[in-house]
Write a protein that binds this ligand. Structure first.
Ligand SMILES: NC(=O)c1ccc[n+]([C@@H]2O[C@H](COP(=O)([O-])OP(=O)(O)OC[C@H]3O[C@@H](n4cnc5c(N)ncnc54)[C@H](OP(=O)(O)O)[C@@H]3O)[C@@H](O)[C@H]2O)c1
Length: 307
């Protein structure tokens, strides 16, 4: 009989956490998954602050996980610039804590990193390109990558791109920022065209992780949706998916337009290519436009009432 895995998820209250929790339950069974966060926004979440190694170790001792999905992070780039000590404590020390404990308790660690670790001087980045992080968010996440790689042999690092997922309630990023403006009645959206990236649908990302971690091909992987584009391209597609092309205009601007609000330095391109996943025949990510069409249904239901 195969071993019954026991799963611990940190940072599970966020936009990716919802999808990871659901996919983990599907795969391992509800009784074998425990989901934690510092923001207890669901009844299925319990408290775990990953900055606190004693609390983290206590979770290992009581739950005895064989697999840990370490999602916990501060993901707001401006917050990280203004609160660099907390960014380091949460994103870097938190990841160190995860790796130290995974090794001590012989658990498989899955760490989520970001396309933002590159400086954007190239148009697109393969798994083997050299990171050169710009701001505190990226630096602290890259530190996590390096520590996990140096400390463990049984680990996966998955780098995500522009995350989209979690819906109206949980999505803190681009899609929901655009949606909130539309919902508030905006007839014109100003969107940057000088930032390139790869949208990454949380449902695909979580589902793909569940498959890749069964391969035993440990290591670091870029894992984003297929395709890519600018923020402008994503906004145009989303407005179209909502059926609002005739009533909401999308106007191109440069990043300068938002330099007060989004003052953290961002790479001009954080477009990733899933080179390793593809070469090993384990790339399960769909095209971002297909994913966005699926995801947009949640927003259409909110906007027009359930269809
Ligand atoms: N969002 C993206 O575009 C993106 C892109 C690439 C990679 N990632 C990575 O993907 C992972 C999941 O992020 P996400 O997209 O789901 O973002 P998210 O919605 O911000 O989720 C992160 C969760 O971690 C929680 N958290 C913060 N500090 C914590 C601590 N000390 N202990 C435990 N939990 C803590 C957050 O709570 P609060 O809300 O209270 O802070 C939040 O619920 C992160 O590792 C992130 O770096 C995200």
């Amino acid at each position: 009989m195969s071993l019954q895995e026991r799963v611990l998820i940190t940072g599970a209250g966020g936009m990716l956490g919802k999808a990871v929790y659901e996919k983990a339950i599907e795969k391992y069974g509800k009784d074998f998954v425990t989901a934690t966060d510092i923001d207890l926004n669901e009844e299925w979440l319990s408290m775990l602050d990953v900055r606190d190694i004693k609390a983290y170790e206590n979770a290992f001792e009581t739950w005895k996980p064989t697999i840990v999905f370490h999602l916990a992070a501060h993901t707001d780039l401006e917050y990280c610039e203004k609160n660099s000590t907390d960014a380091w404590a949460t994103n870097a020390l938190g990841a160190e804590n995860a790796a130290i404990l995974a090794r001590k308790h012989d658990a498989l660690l899955i760490y989520i990193s970001t396309a933002g670790i590159f400086d954007g001087k190239k148009d697109e980045y393969a798994d083997f390109d050299t990171p050169s992080p710009l701001g505190y968010y990226a630096k602290s996440k890259f530190h996590g990558e390096k520590f996990v790689e140096q400390h463990l042999s049984r680990y996966y690092i998955f780098r995500a791109g522009w995350m989209m997922g979690g819906g109206v309630q949980k999505d803190k990023k681009f899609i929901n920022k655009i949606y909130k403006q539309i919902k508030a009645g905006a007839q014109e959206l100003f969107v940057v065209e000088d930032k390139l990236g790869t949208p990454t649908y949380t449902v695909d990302f979580a589902g793909a992780m569940m498959k890749v971690i069964d391969s035993g091909y440990y290591g670091l992987y870029n894992q984003v949706c297929e395709g890519g584009g600018s923020r402008y391209d994503v906004a145009v597609e989303f407005v179209q998916q909502l059926g609002l092309t005739d009533s909401v205009k999308v106007t191109k601007v440069t990043s300068d337009y938002f330099k007060e609000e989004y003052f953290a330095e961002r790479p001009a391109s954080e477009k990733l290519l899933n080179v390793k996943l593809s070469m090993r025949g384990i790339n399960y990510m769909r095209d971002w436009r297909v994913c966005l069409a699926e995801y947009a249904v949640e927003f259409k239901n909110d906007f027009y009432g359930t269809l």
